[in-house]
Write a protein that binds this ligand. Sequence first.
Ligand SMILES: Cc1ncc(COP(=O)(O)O)c(C=O)c1O
Ligand SMILES: Nc1c(O)cccc1C(=O)C[C@H](N)C(=O)O
Length: 410
Amino acid sequence: MTITRADCVALDADDPLRHLRDEFVLPEGTIYLVGNSLGAPPKAASAALTRVVQEEWAGRLVGGWNAAGWFDLPETTGDRIAPLIGAGPGQVVVGDTTSIAVVKAVSAALRLRPGRRVIVSDLENFPTDRYMVQGLVKGLGDYEIRDVRGSEGLAGALDDDVACVLLSEVDYRTGDRHDTAEVTARVQAAGALMIWDLCHSAGAFQVDVTPADFAVGCTYKYLNGGPGAPAFVYVHPRHQNATEHLLSGWHGHAAPFAFEPDYRPAEGIRRFTVSTPHVLSFAALNASLDVWERVDLAQLRAKSTALTSLFIDLVEELCAPYGLTLVTSRDPERRGSQVSFAHPDGYPVMRALIDRGVHGDFRAPDVLRFGFAPLYIRFTDAYDAAVTLAEVLEKEHWREERYRQRLTVT
Ligand SMILES: Cc1ncc(COP(=O)(O)O)c(C=O)c1O
Ligand SMILES: Nc1c(O)cccc1C(=O)C[C@H](N)C(=O)O
């Protein structure tokens, strides 16, 4: 084999981020390549949750809203996420879920482009992004969705009717990454607004959100905020006071504790909050953001591309006879921190692999996904995962009937 396990041991020893793995709880014997779905728990999360329950909730009771800063968590936490996506203070707010954030961003964009009735949506977008826009259009009436496939499909889709375009920087299935600067410039040149879904970007590499009009993303994948961790919304400063979104909840009101009968939006990013923040979820997320403060994002990207390139090379070498097709771009610039391979029996192959301690996931119809969270995945993990995948394919372990039984969540 061209690359040996000893080479990978050496790469791990040279990895400037290697100490960060110790910050996470990872079960012995598990190679966890699903950080692109749910990140691993930071060791500090458990103590952070206990502290918030005991000191803030039990200790201060309702006083926690003031004394523990609960009311301002959406903004204070947004300011901590901002540097990871290239944004400044007062440009990001945290709360709700990505699906809700999509409604906020798209509805705010539509109000900025009165007279334009079209929302461009990618057929490859994660389904909830599409479903939320479909629901919005049904509710608002008088708007239409123009479907495209990938940013290539945009060419013929941009005209004077388009109000906004919603795309994911990194495709959840293929792992491919758009050239956001180029696409954003094209969309804006057509007079439309650009909204990026950064779910598979934030924490995978340094994002530059600044050319975008709006962006949304979750914090439970590469950012390791925990299951159900709140989402974020970025709003370019030029738009913040110029528009309103559809979900006019009381935390986004100019004077929430005046209890006025009618909605008046707060100034600035605050108006993109909706209602009561999930304080316990913020505790876990903020424990993770403490780790992120110590991460050099250039080193993160270098490690990510090295890991994904290594995995592609190894799988192509070891699994050549077994019917896998690389789905993700070979160009490291054009991919996130994920590698996908297609296989006609992808589902049982992935179940057999997980049974042998290598956790990836499967996306219909035939995609095996492998996420490489650079904070805690080692080069030896990539090596061992490729060797185990080759074994599963060579020995045809995946043919066992039990691996065909579908679980509810894949
Ligand atoms: C690109 C993308 N957008 C949105 C979501 C869903 O967001 P949520 O269920 O947190 O609203 C996911 C994953 O679940 C995703 O991968
Ligand atoms: N958000 C998820 C959920 O609520 C259940 C199971 C998985 C998820 C995920 O995050 C999946 C992920 N967005 C994907 O890229 O497929």
